[in-house]
Ligand binder design. Structure first.
Ligand SMILES: N[C@@H](CCC(=O)N[C@@H](CS)C(=O)NCC(=O)O)C(=O)O
Length: 235
């Protein structure tokens, strides 16, 4: 049985953090909703018994069903024997994944500050305010945090020469920020050299290079989490 990933099929979203890690580690998987559609995802999720995923992405591996992006990545890391072998290090890597997940949620709230169920057009005034604070305060605070984490190892990756799940996730995060906030990210260029190093080096991982060149990799779009709305990217 191959590993199955369930995630919304039409935008990269949180599922992409899982895909990138599996591609980097050259893990075979089936991208179930890309094969069977979004309705099949909803059906599968609701048919599950006991403790179920609250939301995608989730991973199914035989009898095991795990949701929450940082947890999925930790599960795969352990299954594949790709952990560091040190509890403190591995916990710190999960910690960073959770920080990334928090930032991803804040990115989502720049265009959906009032309610996730309302359209962007119905919450634009609040979105301007949220995005302004995000650009001025929140994002710099997170980027300094991740920059320091990578700088501590001397780079190019968060733990030095060997890439970890945090590296593929930081790559995706920065790619997403470049899509959603191109002006702001241009303004930050040169300020976060270690993060730029991660972004430049992750595509050299063999599995990642093959993935990025494939049709499996889909572009960011305005249905996803990292959306480009010019008005939210003003300086
Ligand atoms: N913290 C979870 C968040 C999962 C999540 O919010 N998934 C979104 C799509 S990216 C979703 O489908 N949410 C539906 C909902 O919250 O009702 C993770 O990191 O995996």
């Amino acid at each position: 049985v191959t590993t199955q990933l369930w995630y919304w099929p039409d935008f990269p979203g949180r599922g992409e953090f899982v895909r990138l890690y599996m591609e980097a580690a050259e893990i075979e998987y089936e991208d179930m909703a890309r094969l069977e559609g979004a309705d099949a995802l909803v059906e599968d999720m609701h048919a599950r018994q006991g403790i179920r995923p609250f939301a995608p992405p989730y991973l199914v591996d035989g009898e095991v069903c795990v949701a929450q992006t940082p947890l999925i990545l930790t599960y795969l890391q352990d299954r594949e024997g790709l952990g560091s072998g040190e509890l403190e290090t591995d916990l710190q890597l999960v910690q960073l994944q959770m920080d990334i997940a928090d930032l991803v949620e804040e990115v989502f709230r720049t265009h959906h500050p009032v309610a996730p169920g309302l359209h962007y057009a119905d919450q634009m005034d609040a979105a301007y305010e949220m995005a302004h604070d995000f650009r001025e305060n929140r994002l710099p605070k997170y980027l300094i945090h991740f920059e320091n984490a990578v700088a501590a190892s001397g780079g190019p990756f968060v733990r030095g020469q060997q890439w970890r799940h945090v590296d593929t996730s930081l790559f995706q995060l920065i790619e997403g920020l470049d899509h959603a906030f191109p002006r702001l990210m241009e303004h930050f260029r040169g300020h976060f050299p270690y993060l730029e190093g991660v972004q430049a080096t992750v595509p050299d991982i063999e599995g990642v290079a093959a993935y990025l060149a494939s049709e499996r990799r889909i572009d960011f779009n305005e249905d996803g989490i990292f959306r480009f709305y010019e008005e939210l990217d003003q300086q």
